[in-house]
Design a protein around this ligand. Structure first.
Ligand code: IMP
Length: 440
C-alpha cells in the first residue's frame, strides 16, 4: 500500500531532489502534487547534470511512472522544453503523465507576476516570476485554464478570450504594460496540444487503483513547509500547499493512503526571496556556508540567504507535516566550522517560543536562543555509516533528533547519491538495501 510523502521542512532547497533520486527507484509512481517550474533540482544522468523544474525526478528510471498531479500549475513551454532535453539525452518521456485538472500557466500570468512584483517595490515577495502566483489566483477565482482545456479548441479559445478581457485591463490600465492578443496566445498554446494530450490522465483514479494493487507511490513535495500558502511565513510564501496534506489534495488520493512522511532538512538553513529569517547570518559565517554549500538557486541563480539550523522551525514542520522520518542533508558543509550553533527557541517581548509563533510580528522580531556545539573539522564525505562519523557530528545529529522528536533515518554527507548514510531507512535497490524486501 505505501504512499510516502517527501517534504521540505524549511524554506525549500533542502536537497529534496537528491533524496528523491536516491529513494525513487523503490517506487512505481513519483508524483508532483503542487507548485510548478518555480522548483528546480539537478539530476545526474551518466556524466551529465540535467536541471529539472517541473518533471518529477522519477523520469530517470524506466520502471517509474512520473506524474504531474492536479495540484500543480504547468507552463507548457517549460514542460515541452524539459521533455525535449530529456529525450535528447536518451531518456524517454513516453511514460510521463499529466493530470487534466492541473492548471496552465499562461503568458499573462508571467507578465502579471513580474508587474505585480515591480509595483510592490521594496515590499516585493521575491517570487521566481514564473507566473505561479497569478496562475493559482485564477484557479481560486475559477477563471483558470486547465490542461484538459487543450482537448477542446472551442472551449480553450473562449476561456482565454474571457480571461484576457480582465487581464489586459489590469496589464494596460493598472500596470502600464503591453496587452496580449487572445488569438496569438491561443494559437501558441494550441500548437503545444499535440505534445501534451497523449500524456493527459485522471490522476486520482490512477493512483488510487495503483495503491489498491499494492504499488508504491512517492509524493514529491516542492518548495518547503515555511513557503506553504497556509502554514508558511505568509505573505512571503508560494501559492500552493507544500506541506504533506497537500499530497492528498494535489493528487486525488485520500490521506489514509499515506503511511510515511519523510521531512528533508539541511544541517543549516537557507532562504531565497524576502521575508523573516530569525537565524540568518549576515556575516562571514553566512558567506562561508553559502560558498561551501554552493547556495545558489537552480531556478533563478539567486544567492540564498544562509543561517544556523533552526530547531524551532523543525519542531513546527514535524507537527504540520506529521513527520515520521527525517533526512538531514549537507552535513558535510558544516565541516568548515569550529563551532556550530543550533537555535532551540525564540524570545520576543518577554516570551519564549519553542514552536513558530502564531503572530507574524513575533516571528519577524524573534531573537534566536542558541546552543553551541563543537564542530568536527574533518572530511566526512566518505562516511557511509553513522558510527563512521566523528563523535561531534553524531552528537549534532542526535541533538537535532531530540529537538525534533523524529529520527534521522537518512543523512547526506555529499552531493552524490552514494554519499548518504541510511539509518533505519532501507530500500529495495538503494545503497544499504535489504535484498528483496521493502524495508520502509
Ligand atoms: P513563487 O513561488 O515564484 O510565487 O515565489 C514565492 C516565494 O517562494 C519566493 O520567496 C520564492 O523565492 C520562493 N520559492 C518558490 N519556489 C522555491 C523553491 O523551489 N525554493 C526556494 N524558494 C522558492
Amino acid at each position: 500500500m505505501p504512499g510516502i510523502v517527501l517534504v521540505g521542512t524549511q524554506w525549500g532547497d533542502e536537497g529534496k531532489g537528491k533524496v528523491t533520486d536516491l529513494i525513487a527507484r523503490d517506487f512505481d509512481y513519483v508524483v508532483r502534487f503542487q507548485g510548478g517550474n518555480n522548483a528546480g533540482h539537478t539530476v545526474i544522468h551518466g556524466d551529465r547534470r540535467l536541471a529539472l523544474h517541473l518533471i518529477p525526478s522519477g523520469i530517470m528510471y524506466p520502471s517509474i511512472t512520473p506524474l504531474i498531479g492536479n495540484g500543480c500549475v504547468i507552463d507548457p513551454r517549460v514542460l515541452i522544453e524539459e521533455m525535449d532535453m530529456l529525450e535528447k539525452d536518451g531518456l524517454s518521456t513516453e511514460r510521463l503523465l499529466v493530470s487534466g485538472n492541473a492548471h496552465l500557466i499562461m503568458p499573462y500570468h508571467r507578465a502579471l507576476d513580474a508587474e505585480s512584483e515591480r509595483r510592490l517595490g521594496s515590499n516585493e515577495i521575491g517570487t521566481t516570476k514564473r507566473g505561479i502566483g497569478p496562475a493559482y489566483q485564477d484557479k481560486a477565482a475559477r477563471s483558470g485554464i486547465r490542461v484538459q482545456d487543450l482537448l477542446d479548441e472551442h472551449i480553450f479559445r473562449l476561456k482565454v478570450r474571457t480571461a484576457l478581457v480582465e487581464k489586459n485591463d489590469l496589464l494596460v490600465k493598472l500596470y502600464g504594460a503591453q496587452p496580449f492578443d487572445a488569438d496569438a496566445v491561443c494559437d501558441e498554446y494550441l500548437s503545444y496540444a499535440p505534445r501534451i494530450i497523449p500524456h493527459i490522465t485522471e490522476s486520482g483514479q490512477l493512483l488510487n487503483e495503483a495503491l489498491r494493487l499494492g504499488q508504491w507511490v512517492l509524493f514529491e513535495g516542492a518548495q518547503g513547509t515555511l513557503l506553504d500558502i497556509d502554514h508558511g511565513t505568509y505573505p512571503f510564501v508560494t501559492s500552493s500547499s507544500c506541506t504533506a496534506g497537500g499530497a492528498a489534495i494535489g493528487s486525488g488520493v485520500g490521506p489514509t493512503t499515506i503511511s510515511k512522511v519523510l521531512g528533508i532538512a539541511k544541517a543549516y538553513i537557507t532562504r531565497v526571496g524576502s521575508g523573516p529569517f530569525p537565524t540568518e547570518l549576515s556575516d562571514e559565517t553566512g558567506a562561508l556556508l553559502g560558498d561551501v554549500g554552493a547556495e545558489f538557486g537552480v531556478t533563478t541563480g539567486r544567492a540564498r540567504r544562509c543561517g544556523w539550523y533552526d530547531a524551532v522551525i523543525m519542531r513546527y514542520a514535524a507537527e504540520v507535516n506529521g513527520l515520521t522520518d527525517l533526512c538531514i542533508t549537507k552535513l558535510d558543509v558544516l565541516s568548515c566550522l569550529d563551532t556550530i550553533k543550533i537555535c532551540v527557541a525564540y524570545e520576543h517581548d518577554g516570551r519564549r517560543y519553542t514552536t513558530v509563533p502564531g503572530s507574524q510580528t513575533a516571528f519577524h522580531y524573534a531573537q534566536p536562543v542558541y546552543e553551541e556545539m563543537p564542530g568536527w573539522r574533518t572530511d566526512i564525505t566518505g562516511c557511509r555509516s553513522f558510527e563512521e562519523l566523528p563523535r561531534q557530528a553524531q552528537d549534532y545529529i542526535a541533538r537535532i533528533e531530540e529537538l525534533a522528536g523524529v529520527p534521522a533515518s537518512l543523512i547526506a554527507v555529499g552531493p552524490d547519491r552514494s554519499q548518504t548514510i541510511m539509518r533505519g531507512w532501507s530500500t529495495r535497490q538503494g545503497e544499504g538495501a535489504v535484498q528483496g524486501e521493502r524495508g520502509l
